[in-house]
Ligand binder design. Sequence first.
Ligand code: NAD
Length: 438
Amino acid sequence: MKIAVIGTGYVGLVSGTCFASWGHDVFCVDKDIQKIRSLERGVVPIYEPGLDELIERNSAIGRLNFTCNLTEALKGAAIVFIAVGTPPRAEHGDADLSFVFAAIREIAPLIEDDTVVVVKSTVPVGTGDVVQKIIDSARKAGSFSVASNPEFLREGSAIRDFREPDRVVIGAEDERSRRVLTQLYTPPLAASNTPIVVTRRRTSELIKYAANAFLATKITFINELADVCEQVGCDVGELALGIGLDKRIGTSFLNAGPGYGGSCFPKDTMALLRTAQDYGVALRIVEETVSANEARKRRMALKVTDALNGDVDGRTIAVLGLTFKPDTDDMRDAPSLPLIETLQRFGARIRAYDPVGNENARQLMPDVKFHDDAYECARDADAVVIMTDWDNIRELDLTRLKRVMRRAVLIDLRNAFEPGLAEKIGFRVSAIGRAAVG
Ligand code: NAD
């Protein structure tokens, strides 16, 4: 089957590559010429483990193509996926759908009869109805379908998530799109018995927001419990295990930290709240999640200040890990951004290290000195803050780290190290949801 994917970012590139690996002829389209030229040369513009090899293999056998030419991509395509960005609208918080609608206007005159247009981007409930109208008005004759197929992959494990998902959600209003999409996903996922949830289009659109809002709430719940742990002398890691082993709760998304960030949870929770407001419904739990998380991210700078006896003015602070989570170069809404910005306002000098995120971070963080090595970053620092628990950060030699620092102060916002380990080496430690030792 020929498939076109419009938007070659984190979702479009991974989806297109995985469809090609399932044996389809895929054309990935982007309006960013640099991105397409770079992919044509075999240079992958994002960091995602395993993606380079999969792109190389499928490009080499001609199943995966990159182009800016919509006519070439859409000719004979049975399915057109829309995977463009839906960032938050400044000052409003709802999803900016201008990229989706622009892409739809561009493809509308070019799609062939019986094409299934599938919105993979995360879009508010009812967007599929608007997409249908836009295409309808651009095409005077011929049939087409508009379906929803939200994506649940996580950056850092995107290929595995895409090829071995917990479930696939298909939202369709007609038999043809239901059949085409079921046929696309069923054979490759049959061996793993992956459930395919087929719903109406609007329900499918809402499922994506509900899933992200639930996960954001789960993280916020454990973060608040971590605060209780610190006050009453408990360990949030043990607490999370103790509750998470109850299958009704589950152990995932119970890692306490500095607050959730990234390109999805903050924007999707806000957009869901806007939808609820538009329809006169109160989503109090999500509202509280959003405000508790914002406050928490801001409070992390105070945690660092407290660890340095209440004053960071003139101090050198080394921040290890900048991306919103390990195994990605994505800096969108990373909790390191408000942390560093606040510490700078308090007068601190910031040095930073991330295994792959330095380049993206550089565009967003003025007056930060970036390093390619964690120990160099920590040299002569008054404190080290662990912001992202990359494997190579978890595996740091704490004795060596202490030796290069001016003062042995460790603020471990990811609980990257075993409780008590850094203290034993001589660090003063401030972690999340663990009572201070001594
Ligand atoms: P992204 O910003 O990485 O990529 C979007 C791409 O679309 C860009 O390369 C951009 O140049 C391109 N584009 C925009 N308009 C275009 C047009 N008219 N024609 C061709 N290309 C166009 O975004 P992303 O992170 O891949 O997210 C895409 C969507 O998927 C969003 O709605 C997001 O919420 C959702 N999503 C993202 C993730 C994730 O982890 N990133 C996970 C699940 C769902």
